[in-house]
Design a binder for this molecule. Structure first.
Ligand SMILES: Cc1cc2nc3c(=O)[nH]c(=O)nc-3n(C[C@H](O)[C@H](O)[C@H](O)COP(=O)(O)O)c2cc1C
Length: 454
């Protein structure tokens, strides 16, 4: 499969997954209201053909389902985390081209018209319209190493945007380096980036490693890039839209409030200012928007966390059956083939230390469905011995956002594996045939409407 955003959309459409909205929708709340309802029911990717006032189509929930991650990277579903870890160790240098579809249309300076893009208002109480599907690329001024990260971007005008960089984000570090020299940081905002780049942008990859090269490693071939028209940066040749510009030195403005992934608001803060220099795009770009805290956002945030947990836990547990950020991304569930009673405890410690955000780690046996929060709770309630199976680590912060840091103090882990001594008595029962039968063969139309919601 070609490794670009629209190829993934077309593939999802061929598979019958893509939903299309033909009627006109309001960019203020209505788009997000539909996305939210879709995520809570069928959870399929969705394309809005006509957003009021805009020229181009909008897509969302492309990564709502976990399956679309291995599909987009061409990796095996069963070994996704192991394969990503192996490939990350061997970054692939970018391949430069003189031209690419992302520069089919070039608008410089006053030609830039952001009204053409369906930039939406996400939630009641937000400060205004926000771009949430943008990967920001910048490079180290001395080493030239590229960094990629996701940042929400507030629309101010055709030539000005505001950006939130939560410390210790690498983009903020790069900006601080430029600012010390009194210089702006040249930055590109890439919308509809190749999936490999979307995941390297969401991952905590070491500052010294080039995230365009990791994107290549994850997609299994070099990322094809073109040189920006007005700044000295490389961007993916097959992206949908690129905003070229610079983050100003010595300038901060009020940004927010914005309803973010925790389902609450980040208050107004003094954040960075992005000056737009140019917009390049395909002739008919697909504009990607992400509902903060929805299924797609949690997937993009969750896969890199799971991969980080995998790297740490596998040092202690050779047979990991699966890892999932089921529920929310401040917690992780790890399924193991337990061989001794030390393994869950070591997995709990390793998981808590593997990623700052993790506040809760639950270890279960391999017969638990870790994608199903109810099954995980079943394991906690039937298999955990609270007097010895719960670990509290006081005083360690998890989510470190400035204004709520104290609220997220301390970490907790739960051993919900069946004690080895009780293996026989606690063995899970099976009803042969249950997994393979199709209820429609028995109940026909009575049940198909309900099943299609799953
Ligand atoms: C859709 C989405 C939006 C995000 N928005 C922000 C943001 O506005 N500010 C921020 O600091 N991090 C944001 N993040 C998290 C960062 O992208 C993530 O922490 C990333 O690893 C940072 O890259 P770095 O390791 O190069 O610093 C967002 C992540 C996703 C998936």
């Amino acid at each position: 499969m070609p490794h670009d955003f629209r190829s993934l959309i077309y593939t999802l459409e061929e598979q019958g997954q893509l939903l299309r909205v033909g009627r006109e929708v309001d960019p203020e709340y209505e788009v997000n209201a539909v996305i939210k309802r879709v995520q809570k029911s069928v959870n399929q990717p969705i394309l809005f053909e006509k957003v009021r006032g805009a020229r181009f189509s909008l897509v969302s929930n492309v990564f709502g389902r976990r399956d679309s991650v291995p599909l987009s990277l061409g990796l095996p579903k069963s070994h996704l985390l192991a394969e990503m870890t192996e490939r990350e160790a061997n970054p692939i240098p970018v391949r430069r081209s003189d031209q690419g579809p992302v520069q089919e249309v070039v608008q410089v300076g006053s030609q830039v018209n952001l009204e053409e893009l369906p930039i939406i208002v996400h939630s009641e109480g937000d400060a205004g319209r926000y771009i949430t599907g943008g990967v920001l690329i910048a490079k180290h001024p001395d080493t030239g190493v590229n960094n990629a990260s996701w940042n929400r971007v507030q629309l101010v005008s055709d030539d000005k945007l505001r950006v939130r960089m939560m410390p210790p984000q690498h983009l903020g570090r790069l900006h601080a380096l430029a600012e010390e020299r009194g210089q702006p940081l040249e930055t590109a905002i890439v919308i509809g980036a190749p999936p490999g780049l979307m995941f390297s942008a969401a991952s905590k990859i070491p500052f010294e490693t080039d995230e365009l090269e990791v994107a290549g490693a994850w997609q299994g071939e070099a990322l094809e890039v073109v040189r920006c028209k007005t700044i000295d940066l490389d961007v993916p040749a097959h992206a949908e839209i690129v905003l070229e510009g610079q983050v100003l030195p010595g300038t901060r403005e009020d940004e927010g409030p914005f309803g973010e992934f925790t389902d609450s608001f980040v208050p107004v803060m003094k954040n960075h200012v992005f000056q737009v220099k140019a917009l390049t795009r395909r002739r008919d770009p697909l504009y990607h928007t992400i509902f903060a805290g929805g299924e797609e956002d949690l997937r993009l945030l969750g896969i890199p966390i799971e991969q980080q947990v995998f790297k740490h836990v596998r040092q202690y547990v050779p047979r990991i059956a699966g890892i999932s950020t089921t529920g929310f991304v401040f917690g992780v569930v790890i399924a193991i083939h337990k061989e001794n009673e030390d393994q869950p405890k070591n997995a709990m410690l390793a998981a808590l230390a593997s990623y700052a955000w993790i506040k809760l780690a639950i270890v279960v046996d391999d017969d638990v469905d870790i994608e199903d929060a109810a099954d995980v709770l079943w394991a906690v309630q039937t298999r955990c011995r609270p007097d010895s199976g719960v670990m509290l680590v006081p005083g360690v912060p998890s989510y470190t956002r400035e204004d709520v840091r104290a609220m997220h103090s301390g970490k907790m882990a739960i051993d919900a594996t069946l004690p080895l001594d009780y293996r026989r008595v606690g063995q899970r029962r099976r009803v042969p045939g249950e997994e393979s039968l199709d209820l429609r063969d028995y109940l026909g139309d009575q049940i198909s409407a309900v099943l299609s919601q799953r």
